[in-house]
Design a protein around this ligand. Structure first.
Ligand SMILES: NC(=O)c1ccc[n+]([C@@H]2O[C@H](COP(=O)([O-])OP(=O)(O)OC[C@H]3O[C@@H](n4cnc5c(N)ncnc54)[C@H](O)[C@@H]3O)[C@@H](O)[C@H]2O)c1
Ligand SMILES: [Zn+2]
Ligand SMILES: [Zn+2]
Length: 358
């Protein structure tokens, strides 16, 4: 099969013919139709996170089941699926207590179903969707309704799930709450949509890119701040009558913007770290102020997803036109154009780029 192979930071990705093994017990072979490009792929690309190489990047994919391995009971050939980058074992403490996105059974395993000249090529986050096929555990392919277009479905596999989920599942934002979203990429715009879905009150957005701010307004933001031209904290305080926001979501993964998001919340408010920083960084907060004002700083992984429930819910919301995935897509490319797409992402240009694989 064809796959975009990444050899390491600084080396352009090349499309190559690689080998893929058949699905083993409990696994399925997925034919990937579309894959989105997420900033987490960019983190791997730039070496912010270290992994064994070479690699097939991509974790925001959708496609159809091509083949099932032994003992697979819940999926059949032809099913439409969204790939989940956190397969779940259904047995551990986290899975049993209803938090499958925290399952660690697959997280620590370094596995490869792909090889090139007899040497392993590692799929990113147990998916590796910048390729024609992927072999994944059964719980890593979530069946969705057949009438959901797969070019939109792929984005539910990461940015939409993470962003909407951070509002609904992680923070559980109440109607009328004021919300700040720092960073309006695929994840940030999905946070804005999640906030609009929960009938949040003021939805304030910040970005360095004018186009992203305009898009955020279309998705339901009520106030936009160009944080390169204006001081974010001053502006948020002005908009909230010096109270601060109930919830601040950071969707960039920078130390400074995480600290800033935390500063903008009101007494008793919650700041949510959705953006994922490069490994080994630390943020500083004032612990006295934190206890005194009961401020909360919480993390969010994959929008606290329960993929088996949440993917279908998001698909239904899309089909009911309550969730706009179409407007999140700015570029549709082929596998060979992947390097240019990452260059655009590095400059903060464009919204989601999706790769048409089939
Ligand atoms: N928590 C999770 O499970 C999870 C899942 C997916 C992605 N992520 C992370 O979320 C973050 C965002 O991902 P994405 O795919 O939306 O990225 P993206 O590249 O699409 O968007 C990032 C946005 O941040 C803006 N930006 C950059 N620096 C800024 C600054 N200093 N101030 C204001 N805006 C700034 C850019 O203009 C861009 O609009 C990344 O860190 C990614 O790794 C986390
Ligand atoms: Zn992602
Ligand atoms: Zn588990």
């Amino acid at each position: 099969m064809k796959a975009a192979v990444f050899y390491g930071p600084g080396i352009p990705i090349t499309v190559e013919d690689v080998d893929i093994r058949p699905p083993g017990p409990g696994e399925v072979l997925v034919k990937i139709h579309y894959s989105g490009i997420c900033h987490s792929d960019y983190r791997v690309l730039t070496g912010d996170w270290e992994y064994p190489m070479p690699k097939v990047l991509g974790h925001e994919g959708a496609g159809t089941i091509e083949k099932i391995g032994a003992n697979v009971t819940d999926l059949k050939v032809g099913d439409h699926v969204i790939l989940s980058w956190i397969p779940s074992c259904k047995k551990c403490y986290h899975c049993v207590s209803g938090r499958p996105n925290l399952c660690e059974s697959y997280k620590t395993k370094i596995e490869s179903h792909i090889s090139l000249n007899g040497k392993p090529v590692y799929p990113e986050f147990r998916v590796g969707s910048f390729a024609e096929y992927a072999v994944v555990p059964e719980s890593g392919a979530i069946k969705i309704r057949d009438d959901m277009p797969l070019d939109k479905a792929c984005l539910i596999g990461c940015s939409v799930m993470t962003g909407v989920g951070s509002v609904i599942n992680t923070a559980k934002v109440e109607p009328g709450s004021s919300v700040l979203v720092v960073g309006c990429g695929g994840v940030g715009l999905s946070i804005v949509q999640g906030a609009a879905l929960t009938s949040a009150g003021k939805i304030i957005v910040a970005d360095l890119n004018e186009d992203k701010l305009e898009k955020a307004i279309e998705f339901g933001a009520t106030h936009a701040i160009h944080s390169g031209r204006h001081d974010l904290l001053t502006e948020v305080m002005r908009i909230t009558d010096n109270v601060g926001v109930d919830y601040a979501f950071e969707a960039i993964g920078h130390v400074k913007t995480i600290e800033l998001a935390y500063e903008t919340i009101r007494t008793g408010g919650t700041a949510v770290i959705v953006g994922q920083a490069a490994s080994g960084q630390t943020v500083s907060i004032d612990p006295f102020e934190m206890s005194d004002r009961e401020k909360k700083l919480i993390g969010c992984n994959y929008g606290s997803a329960r993929p088996e429930i949440d993917f279908s819910r998001l698909v239904d919301l899309y089909m009911m036109r309550k969730l706009d995935v179409d407007s999140m897509i700015s570029h549709v490319i082929s596998l060979g154009d992947i390097n240019e797409a990452f260059e655009r992402m590095g400059k903060g240009e464009g919204l989601r780029t999706i790769i048409k694989i089939v």
